[in-house]
Design a protein around this ligand. Sequence first.
Ligand code: AMP
Length: 552
Amino acid sequence: MRATMMEEPLLIHRFLERAGRLFPEVEVVSRRPDGSLHRHRYGEFFARAHRLAAGLAAGGLDKGDRVATLLWNHHVHLEAYFGIPIRGGVVHTLNPRLAAEELAYIADHAQDRVLIVDEVLLSVLEGFRERAPFSRILVANRQGQALPAWAECYEEVLARAPQELVYSPAGEEDPVGMCYTSGTTGHPKGVVYSHRSTVLHALASALPDSVGLSHRDTVMPVVPMFHVNAWGLPYAAVMVGAKLVFPGPRLDASSLLELLEGEQVTVAAGVPTVWLRVLEALDAEPGRWRLHPELRLIVGGSAAPEAMIRGFDRHGVTVIHAWGMTEMSPLGTLCRLKREHQQADEDTRYRYRAMQGLPMPVVDMRIVDEKGEVGWDGRSMGELQVRGPCVARAYYKRPDAADAFTADGWFRTGDVAVITPEGYMKIADRTKDLVKSGGEWISSVDLENALMGHPQVAEAAVVAVPHPRWEERPLAVVVPRDPPPGVEELRAHLAARFPKWWLPDAILFVEEIPKSSTGKFLKRALRERFGRASWEELKAQEEEQQRRAEAG
Ligand code: AMP
């Protein structure tokens, strides 16, 4: 027997078409580098996305050609997200925070044919342009600099483009976009998203128990559009016809708070480091910003500390913890409490809310250790593996990286996690960041979060340092607030929460924890800085730090 339903492909064309027809009045607001706001409406977005498609086609874009973007979050990037794929092109977002060598490698590996670049990012482009395969470069958001001889003006390309509305025929397995993972070892690896995976991801992420998006929301993706499609939010927001607010390049706390207040944002998304700064600003001047009473922050990319979730609650802002990966389109889990946990006591509620949460309906999860699959008992740690229609099945042109996928069709996340009997996933670590002490595992993430729960700690990272007897022991690297806490006080704070053998052997204060291009702690840099020292040296450093503190 065959089903009798239409075999209409799942294409993102549908989202653009619907937004243009139903919601032409909905605003798209973008902050320019000088702080002023650019405003237009979905009606213009719809027309300009089509003009971009036509302008690219007039320049000879063929089906499957890669069009790279080197852009901050704003309306032009949104046009690229839709205008490129509706004409058969593949949006390849480049991360301007990467080193020139990496950008050259990535653009060459993807064989990007066209580039759309922000005028304010031309200096980044200069670092790798001659090594990149671009045959056409369009400069957007021009503020009056002369156009280089090798470039075209994005606005002129749109103005010249035929005013036609033609979608290229496409199948749902055709590519929409691609992203490279910010791999910490070896070359970055590319993931290619399809129309089908993008549509399913948008549908699943908009559900009330996922991000929860409606036409009546105002959505601000703070997470860069060059990092896993800003968690797919631009696609999901256009799908439901939500108002969009793009912060441009300035992501400091007061710039963000001004936008959150000024545009009455209801959903914003970004990494914990961004929101920690916002929380500090709110704590410093409570009541200064009149935020929307239903504002919720989707926080992921690295673990959201419980103290941060509690902190935002004090200001009436709800944090929703999320976990995902470039390879997963990217959202995998969101932490929305089940009924029984919503009614639990306060500490239990926060303990659960700090977990990475329940899988979206399009995601299957399992935990595997050396002996095989382990149960969902909340204790057994192992590698988290995932499967689903929005999960990559291979890396782009990287047969050497096939071991990330298992023979039975799962993707190996490289994260170590537990799953509670109720199904909440909790990340313990990246495989390579776990501390192995005397044959047992210590979760650096748990220690970090507990340290960041201390009022005198701004940031904390825990790394493994080789130990002659125990194999590895944890070292905590802490950015203190003023006045700094005593090391013994921090040890006591941890001792109340963890077994004695988990406690860091040394706690060192630093001014700053190095961060990756996507705002995560760069533990590799910490391991390089501290990992070669002996434990005697590290402890001596801690004592010296204590002496200086006591001397005032
Ligand atoms: P990326 O592909 O750059 O988005 O990085 C994905 C990785 O970020 C995951 O494999 C995790 O290690 C980490 N990550 C993302 N979200 C979280 C989270 N909520 N808690 C802990 N780690 C996270």
